[in-house]
Design a protein around this ligand. Structure first.
Ligand code: HEC
Length: 156
């Protein structure tokens, strides 16, 4: 019994979801399906939405949202803590196209199933072992994904 319990806890921890608070989240919006090319690129903006880089920068800082700073270094000097779990994202847009960046935000586990980075816009119907309050939700909304992508595209 003890073993089973610890396995469940490990699975929940691996999903990386509990660190995202949904307390102020708006009602669940309809999931906007995306398609990736074989070389891991999502060319079309989610739902055809246009991103706002200033909002994306705020989202990258917000611990209750993408929490990017917990794992990544970013050129955001006013924030004290920058994590080192993932690569430094400075100069990202010189290394990747917009579509490649979108893929990595939406679901990096398509590229690396063992990645510690939570998929920000995976089909909620495909998520397993999700706590009740997260059921049916993506971590970021489609608009938030596009805002973050627009911000990351400024990191040349
Ligand atoms: C729990 C830690 C964690 C969080 C939170 C996280 N990431 Fe990541 N991220 C990683 C790791 C680890 C990688 C390395 C790739 C891998 O795991 O295969 C990565 C890779 C990436 C990459 C690809 C970088 C490259 O040079 O290939 C991008 C872009 C990225 N993350 C953006 C973000 C953004 C934007 C956020 C916030 C919305 C975020 N990440 C949140 C851990 C995290």
């Amino acid at each position: 019994m003890m073993l089973k319990k610890s396995l469940v806890l490990t699975a929940v921890a691996c999903l990386g979801l509990p660190m995202v608070s949904m307390a102020e989240e708006p009602p669940i919006e309809a999931y906007k399906a995306w398609t990736a090319t074989k070389d891991h690129t999502i060319w079309a903006p989610l739902g055809g939405l246009k991103g706002d880089p200033a909002k994306g920068r705020k989202l990258a800082i917000a611990s209750a949202k993408g929490n990017c700073l917990a794992c990544h270094e970013l050129p955001i000097p006013e924030e004290g803590f920058h994590g080192e779990v993932g690569p430094n994202l400075s100069g990202l847009a010189s290394r990747y196209t917009e579509g490649e960046i979108r893929m990595r935000i939406v679901d990096i586990q398509v590229l690396n199933p063992a990645s510690l980075m939570p998929p920000m816009y995976k089909n909620p119907a495909e998520l397993k072992n999700v706590a009740k309050k997260y059921v049916g939700r993506t971590i970021l909304t489609a608009q938030e994904v596009e805002d973050v992508v627009a911000y990351l595209m400024t990191l040349k």
